[in-house]
Design a protein around this ligand. Structure first.
Ligand SMILES: Cc1cc2nc3c(=O)[nH]c(=O)nc-3n(C[C@H](O)[C@H](O)[C@H](O)COP(=O)(O)O)c2cc1C
Length: 350
């Protein structure tokens, strides 16, 4: 059935469809039909998973950038997600890049985006999470896990790289009481210069600063780092060394790629689309390759959330078998539809 709906939806601009689809689900929930969604889409039984001390109903989450502003947590919970990573959130609200900035590559089952961290800013997002937390407390030890919420944080476009740590600090402090874990995003290709922060000393400064603040809190939160699939082996080695040295809580592997090789979509079409991060099926192989490399080199001592090209239970199994603790979908959700979590969880259980 989703295949027919998808055909219809794909006639319209991707970003407009994104809001239309999620706002439709929101309307259904507001009309008291959340139970219906749950009945149709939530996996039939939990499949417990964990990341450090955090526990999850199931290992399938939604990657950052889908619900940037924490607007649709109720709806996403009804669709069965074990966790949702909100953001990337920046200190000050940003409009992002000019539209169009999100493109479908149906022949490759992929997307290209250059959103540019469009978001409502940390204050608005924090207030939304505060309201959510009135009924859905953050996870404390011994709690039955509800929807786990990750806070993916970034820097504003206007903030120079040498001051980036201040932006991460602002977002970290504001969101801290309301999220279950953090992801430091230095790997989006759509904020000029951001990926330079993946260099070892820049990372050390940002991550150790956040760890210091974290250690001063009564309840510290896991801090993970999200990396690009385009890093060289040397750069990945630096990330590994640093992660082990500072005992980082984990890595998210990986973000979108700027690589365009091996695509079926014709070159002139790609040229017309222009710059941006490629996601979906074409990024799967490289994301798994980096995941495997990191797990092997760290002996599995650094937990990993795997992101990149996960559409089916077989894709998720490949990542979990490679040593990922959890998986995230994004582009797969667009191509496979709202039953993706149920299909993956039920498929993994077989
Ligand atoms: C439209 C779009 C926006 C995204 N925005 C963010 C973002 O704000 N922060 C982030 O860390 N990743 C962002 N991502 C990357 C995804 O979280 C994910 O890591 C990537 O798309 C690879 O997974 P996939 O192949 O399942 O889509 C975005 C991806 C897409 C398609």
């Amino acid at each position: 059935m989703y295949v027919t709906l998808r055909k219809f939806l794909f006639r319209f601009p991707p970003e407009a469809v994104h809001y239309f689809a999620m706002n439709s689900l929101q309307l259904l929930c507001s009309l008291g039909l959340k139970g219906l969604l749950r009945g149709a889409f939530k996996p039939s039984a939990p499949m417990p998973a964990s990341l450090g001390r955090l526990e999850f109903q199931n290992p399938v989450g939604l990657g950052a950038g889908f619900d940037k502003n924490a607007r649709w947590l109720r709806e996403l919970e009804a669709l069965g997600f074990g966790f949702v990573e909100i953001g990337t959130v920046t200190p000050i609200a940003q409009a992002g890049n000019d539209k169009p900035r999100l493109f479908r590559l149906p022949q490759d089952e992929a997307l290209i985006n250059r959103m540019g961290f469009n978001n409502d800013g940390v204050e608005v997002v924090t207030n939304r999470l505060k309201a959510w937390r009135e009924k859905h407390p953050v996870q404390v030890k011994g709690n039955k896990p509800g929807l786990v919420i990750g806070g993916n944080i970034g820097k504003n476009k206007v903030t120079p790289n040498e001051d980036a740590w201040k932006d991460y600090e602002i977002c970290f402090k504001e969101l801290h009481p309301y999220v279950d874990y953090f992801v430091v995003n230095v790997s989006s290709p759509n904020t000029p210069g951001l990926r330079e922060l993946q260099e070892k000393e820049s990372l050390r400064k940002i991550l150790m600063h956040l760890q210091m603040i974290n250690n001063g809190k009564a309840h510290s939160k896991p801090i993970l780092l999200k990396i690009a699939p385009d890093l060289t082996t040397e750069q990945i080695d630096d990330v590994i060394d640093l992660s082990m040295e500072i005992q980082l809580d984990g890595l998210v592997i990986s973000n979108t790629t700027i690589n365009r090789s091996g695509l079926v979509t014709p070159g002139d079409q790609l040229e017309k689309i222009g710059a941006g991060g490629l996601s979906g099926k074409p990024v799967r192989g490289r994301a798994t390759e980096v995941l495997r490399y990191v797990i092997e080199k760290t002996n599995g001592s650094v937990p990993v959330i795997s992101s990149g090209g996960i559409f089916t239970a077989a894709d998720a199994k490949e990542k979990l078998d490679a040593g990922a603790a959890l998986v995230q979908v994004w582009t797969g959700f667009i191509y496979e539809g709202p039953s993706i979590v149920k299909k993956i969880v039920n498929g993994l259980r077989k």
